[in-house]
Design a protein around this ligand. Sequence first.
Ligand SMILES: Nc1ncnc2c1ncn2[C@@H]1O[C@H](COP(=O)(O)OP(=O)(O)OP(=O)(O)O)[C@@H](O)[C@H]1O
Length: 687
Amino acid sequence: MPASPPHTSPHTSPPPITPDAELALEQAHLERARAELARMREHTLSLQADGGDAIAGESLARTLWLRARALQDDPRTTLFFGRIDTDTPERLYIGRRHVSDEDGDPVVVDWRAGVSTAFYRASPTEPMGVERRRRFGVEEGRLTAFEDELLTAGGPPGAQGHGEGQSQILAREIERPRIGPMRDIVATIQPEQDEIVRADVATTICVQGAPGTGKTAVGLHRAAWLLYAFGERLARGGVLVVGPNRAFLEHVGAVLPSLGEVTVRHTTVEELVGHAVVRAVDAPDVARLKGEARMADVLREAVWGHVRPATEALVVPRGSRRWRVPAYEVQDILDELRVRGVRYAAARAMLPQRLAHAVLVAMERSGDSPDDRVQDAVARSAAVKAYVRSVWPEVTPQAVVAELLSAGEGLEDDQRAMVWDRPRAPRSARWSVADLALLDEVADLLERTPSLGHVVLDEAQDLSPMQLRAVGRRASTGSLTVLGDIAQGTTPWATGSWAESLQHLGKALDGDDVHLEVLDRGFRVPASVIEYAARLLPHMAPGLGAPRSVRSHPGRLDVLAVGDPVAGTVEAVRAAAAHEGSLGVIVPDAWVDRVGSALTAAAVEHEVLDGSHAEERILPVHLVPATVAKGLEFDQVVVTEPAQIAEAEPDRRSGLRRLYVVLTRAVSGLTVVHARPLPGPLAGEAG
Ligand SMILES: Nc1ncnc2c1ncn2[C@@H]1O[C@H](COP(=O)(O)OP(=O)(O)OP(=O)(O)O)[C@@H](O)[C@H]1O
């Protein structure tokens, strides 16, 4: 690829040039890239949407419109954030999207292109042909600085080398205040993260990572990369992101659009398997039982148990004659459909034609020569319809699950706790979250669930085996990116082993195309805060380590013993609000109203983050129920009454894990406000 002016022949007798002049040249290249992008856009707009017929024309017009929109320049950001000079006379500017000049030569290369890999992965030990890596400091669409790293001894002179992890630009990016929703990390993806982002489309990757190690960021960038690299293959099935709640999806929802991907759907597990409205909450032991994988066998039996043995002959009157298919022949047909692996409803749909065929054979045996129209007519006859209804009745997911939970037939003794206190018809059933996964399982037994191309499943540790099955069947012919942290599992059915979770998702960890990766460099939580939260680990996730904070800022940690926890929280919020950036006030769920009123009375403007609604995060102070905090982050965090937060969970382990989640949301400062004694492990009690 030729170098572009003003940087022709970069490696031959470089002129002595000051950093300011160098930066001015880079800014000139940026302006040139902007001009080329504008030209590309104008060219697209000038194309006629003439696709022959009206429909083709409309579709082409839409494609062109989308393309023109994608080519719109965003003056708030730069078109490139990095550059690599290779050992061939090649210089590549790496950016969010591809820009080429009139001759089709690249001015900026998309970060997802194969040639950009070296920007992220090259190191002094493995330079990958890169002599110099340059990172740009960016402010409001202008280049403000650059930083060079020389990766080979023979690299071009005049540059300053930076060792691994010493990049000031990376440090600034990590240390910046977090305002508004999550941003992309495309300029600073780390080598270990890039390996995950660019794993082959057929590969299912499971990432175990402590809080703030970039799991969510990596999963979203992987989705963007897959769509770029395998767009056509994925276009049909699509890519889906599954997250724990609406507040989380709102937090992460801007990342993919900022990378130019607007087609990826974001959903929660409950929405994904939304066969009913949730109107009941199960006791934890019941929810755990309903979430167990053995429910899949119970439900399979329950569905197929509806197929009754053929005890009577099928008799079809036609004209003056009555045609008869003996019961044993019908039974053979039923058996054949059952063992074929066809779904219940699909098999039921085939049954009339099979029975009609048997009638036709009987007609032929007696000398008739009926044609296919006769077979169709027999298949649609009242006699065949009635017979099908009697041996292979139509069922719905709601009916099957309501019947099971009303009567308990097929359940083991220890599963009977899930049986309702009185029988209910499907319409009067009050479904719980765990029931949704049961309904989904039945829906799939009735009709095969279509598979997507790729599913990114975040906070996967919290899903029950039945929920994992529901997600897995949506990637049955595709692949998954499974993100989570066993130490942050707060549901009673949270996983203790990724091998098991993957199995429920339908992917075997020992398979060639399934990998487990561990991320341990923490980009969010500063060292003092992580050390504090890590006191909990030996008590609720022995064997799992805390992240190694790569933040240079040690962070602020204040643990305040107060008389009144609500008044204490308001004081702490006032003090924390003096710092820059966003502020999360994480309180026991039951205290949201109380703390909210106290904040309002103290004239602290705030908004409540609700797990079931996507809120606009406009105000800098967010009041967050403890159970909604997972996956979120704020510059300053105030955590109110840890003992109460832990006690609200059904068991001690889940309580301490919930606490670990809320304590690890802070980017810069954490204030813990407590009136009651802190839970033992947090107060330093040995593990
Ligand atoms: N390579 C990177 N460069 C800059 N920032 C990064 C990088 N990787 C992660 N971050 C930032 O670190 C923060 C934490 O990332 P993220 O939320 O993806 O972590 P996580 O592992 O999903 O955390 P949790 O388990 O707590 O949900 C985010 O602000 C993210 O933008």
